[in-house]
Ligand binder design. Structure first.
Ligand SMILES: *Cc1c(COP(=O)(O)O)cnc(C)c1O
Length: 439
């Protein structure tokens, strides 16, 4: 084996996509054909079969008593939301516009919940009129909801989003514990529950979400225990009946070298027991997990095309027609502290695993003096994949080992189904927009 290859941490295998004749396949369609269907590069393609497979895995390993919600801010493409609405038990929205997309997909208002700080009066009105559960984030929001409910004569369903008095360990992005713009501090929740009772709002329960992109199963299980404990403790301060406990999302997917997929089986087993215990004290409670990234992240690829190749002082650059403006997180500029490469491939030069290990062996034996002409297309070379923006931040892959890159090649960025298209500054530098396909 090539020692340098072996010593470096590898990306998790992206085997959710098949390969045929060296082309990457998206739900049975060759990338060559997908590109023609798209009518252009760059594009995002989402694979229905991968999404359904993730749901099936969750249904297999999570207890039946757990409701699965889709947190649609991860990927709000209307076709994706419509595809998912019959496969999940609910949809979580984060704005009035997301609420419209969710309702238009055909899901019932009572299956929708609405979280997020700073909800505006018109958004609250939309939610109340649609029988959506509003996850209340502040005392002002609570009075606003009561006022709108009075004015419209429509009862308002509310749950309290709790800012817990603990933190989710090993989470990529912390969203709970300490001072937060999210939720009502745990110590103030009893007061909020008193107000909900006094205002006559339709109390549903509690929402406790503390972080995103967690790949540590032990940390997740510990957080779940703390969430259930906190929910039981808070309920002891009120006579209002607990009907829902939303435990948030946050299950991670492997993006970077050395990261491994999460083992969700033990998480499901532990949850089954926690739910049983909670239901013993609160017989009508339903527990929901709201996942975004875990459901759609691995199902998406971002594809752009090599438009120029150049060498600069011994470093090879492949310049593509997409980049940071389409896929901020793959460029490393969406909350990452240290930039790391997303998994990348050349979609028209895919090689099987067996081939790639053979190549690694051959590479070690290759003499430095071998001429360029003899170099086979299956050898790997380090390359910088950069976009067209006038900033060094527009970097999609840094010193990435890929088959010899040529103009016209299709660069594929994996793990792009969540927080991609809509989480990117697509107007920056006014280049053309990518298109989105659900295949
Ligand atoms: C973003 C968000 C989620 C989903 O997080 P993922 O890490 O994508 O699973 C769930 N709940 C709330 C309230 C969110 O804001």
């Amino acid at each position: 084996m090539n020692l340098t290859t072996k010593a470096k941490p590898q990306h998790a295998p992206m085997d959710q996509f098949k390969v045929h004749n060296n082309w990457l396949m998206v739900n049975g369609v060759s990338l060559e054909r997908v590109k023609l269907r798209a009518g252009q590069t760059p594009f995002y393609a989402y694979d229905r079969s991968v999404i359904s497979h993730k749901i099936a895995q969750l249904r297999q390993y999570m207890p039946q008593s757990l409701k699965l919600h889709y947190a649609m801010k991860a990927n709000p493409m209307p076709a994706v939301v419509s595809f998912l609405n019959s496969q999940v038990d609910g949809i979580d929205v984060a704005s009035g516009n997301e609420l419209l997309v969710a309702l238009n997909s055909g899901i019932a208002g009572h299956q929708i919940s609405f979280a997020g700080p700073g909800k505006q009066s018109q958004e609250l009105t939309m939610a109340i009129a649609s029988s959506v559960t509003i996850n209340v984030e502040s005392f002002n929001e609570l009075s606003n909801i009561a006022r709108i409910s009075d004015a419209t004569g429509i009862s308002a369903k509310v749950a309290v989003r709790v800012n817990p008095d603990f933190e989710l360990k090993s989470s990529g992005m912390k969203m709970g514990g300490g001072p937060q713009q999210f939720g009502i501090d745990a110590e103030q929740v009893p007061k909020a529950l008193l107000q909900i009772e006094a205002l006559g709002l339709d109390y549903q329960g509690l929402h406790i979400f503390s972080g995103s992109q967690n790949l540590n199963q032990h940390a997740i299980m510990q957080t779940h225990r703390q969430i259930f404990e906190l929910a039981s403790r808070l309920q002891r301060s009120t006579n209002l009946e607990l009907l829902t406990l939303n435990i948030g999302g946050g299950l991670g997917i492997p993006y970077f070298p050395g990261e491994m997929p999460l083992d969700i089986a033990p998480i499901g087993q532990a949850l089954a027991e926690l739910i049983d215990n909670l239901q013993a004290a609160h017989p009508n409670v339903e527990v929901a997990m709201e996942l975004g990234r875990y459901i759609v992240g691995e199902a998406g690829i971002y594809v752009c095309e090599v438009v120029d190749i150049k060498e600069s002082r011994g470093t090879r650059f492949a310049i593509v027609n997409g980049g940071l403006h389409h896929h901020l997180s793959a460029s490393g500029n969406f909350g990452q502290v240290i930039r790391k490469n997303y998994p990348v491939a050349i979609g028209n030069k895919m090689i099987s695993k067996k081939q790639s290990s053979d190549i690694a062996q051959n590479n070690t034996r290759l003499d430095q003096s071998v001429s360029q002409e003899k170099v086979s297309a299956e050898q790997l070379y380090p390359v910088q994949i950069v976009g067209p923006l006038c900033t060094p931040l527009d970097l999609l892959a840094d010193k990435y080992e890929l088959p010899a890159v040529e103009i016209g090649d299709l660069v594929v960025v994996y793990q792009s189904g969540a927080y991609g298209f809509t989480a990117s500054p697509r107007d920056f530098l006014s280049h053309p927009q990518p298109v989105e396909l659900l295949i």
